[in-house]
Design a protein around this ligand. Structure first.
Ligand code: R1P
Ligand code: GUN
Length: 313
């Protein structure tokens, strides 16, 4: 099959198994893939599908069914992609789904990679750079998150206006290590991380779908996990203006903005963050997955509409 990369140039079909991973140190003892290796992964995928996606969707925990509405679907399990990480978390299927939402060619990650799984941040974000090399222009990152804003209810949808990169404060960032200008600049700005136009569209579409009572806008933060937060930690996060707490997305968004992808972020509020010692309940992953299931039809409709609208911008 003849394949083209993001620049329209012909590329050779990749080998089924790549040779030993080429690595560079990112200065943190972590090994990184070179641009060429990521290109090989992208080229491999281009030989496996005729879909040329322009929008990439990351399905959050329990939100994998978002990808089930994709038509002409071609599924590629992560295990079959050379040098790709594999999903280890319940509620994360572990495959790429290429196809269309309406007329729009998309690729969805049914399963993302988390720091707590043992992957360094650059590796959690490897699929974003692969998406870029596939020609994806827009990243839609969805996630399950705990609602810290007291006005939020379980099942609400929060359009992410911004994030606080707490792991970055602690010196952990997916862009650490040698910078490859072919992806982006050494010091990327982050004041326009979540596309303003997309956020306006998302509010308009929510109104049209009569979601006014569940749609929110707010600030997301990511902690390393895998444990849920202590009461004291949540109280601190509330003080600094966090509305929803998770264990993903922030580093993915940083990686996407670094390589100039436009970003939309959406959190499904799956549980109430407990900021009171008298409360009996405890956060748990089952609840997170259950709420994902409860909201699956609504999410599918909303995301499909957004994909359609975003493709026109
Ligand atoms: O961010 P996603 O992958 O949606 O999942 C969130 O939910 C899981 C915890 O229940 C964690 O993985 C957290 O990050
Ligand atoms: N860190 C964190 N991640 C989550 N993912 C879903 N709910 C939560 C939560 O309450 N805290």
């Amino acid at each position: 099959m003849s394949v083209q990369n993001m620049n329209g140039t012909k590329v050779k079909p990749a080998k089924e198994t790549l040779p030993e991973v080429e690595v560079e140190s990112n200065g943190n003892g972590h090994k990184m893939y070179s641009y060429e290796m990521l290109e090989e992964i992208a080229n491999f995928l281009l030989t496996k599908t005729n879909i040329r996606p322009i929008i990439g969707i990351i399905c959050g925990s329990g939100m994998g069914s978002l990808a089930d509405t994709i038509t002409d679907a071609e599924r590629i399990p992560y295990e079959e992609i050379p040098n790709f990480p594999t999903s280890t978390v319940e509620g994360h299927h572990g495959q790429l789904v290429f196809g269309r939402l309406g007329e729009v060619p998309v690729v969805a990650m049914q399963g993302r990679f988390h720091y707590y799984e043992g992957y360094p941040l650059w590796k959690c974000c490897l699929p974003i750079r692969v998406m870029k090399l596939l020609g994806v222009k827009t990243l839609m990152a969805t996630n399950a998150a705990g609602g810290l804003n007291p006005s939020y209810k379980i099942g609400d949808l929060m359009i992410v206006t911004d994030h606080i990169n707490l792991m970055g404060f602690a010196g952990n960032n997916p862009l650490q290590g040698p910078n490859d200008e072919r992806f982006g600049p050494r010091f990327p700005p982050m004041n326009k991380a979540y596309n303003y136009e997309y956020r306006k569209i998302a509010k308009k579409v929510a109104k049209e779908l009569k979601l006014d009572n569940i749609i929110r806008e707010g600030i997301y933060t990511c902690l390393g996990g895998p444990n849920f937060e202590t009461v004291a930690e949540l109280r601190m996060l509330k003080m600094v203006g966090v509305d929803a707490v998770g264990m993903s997305t922030v580093h993915e968004v940083i990686t996407a903005r670094h390589c100039d992808m436009k970003v939309f972020g959406l959190s499904l509020i799956t549980n109430e963050c407990i900021t009171n010692y008298e409360v009996e309940a405890e956060a748990n992953h089952e609840e997170v997955l259950d709420v994902g299931k409860m909201r699956q039809d609504l999410l599918r409709e909303y995301i499909s509409r957004l994909v359609h609208e975003f493709s026109k911008v």
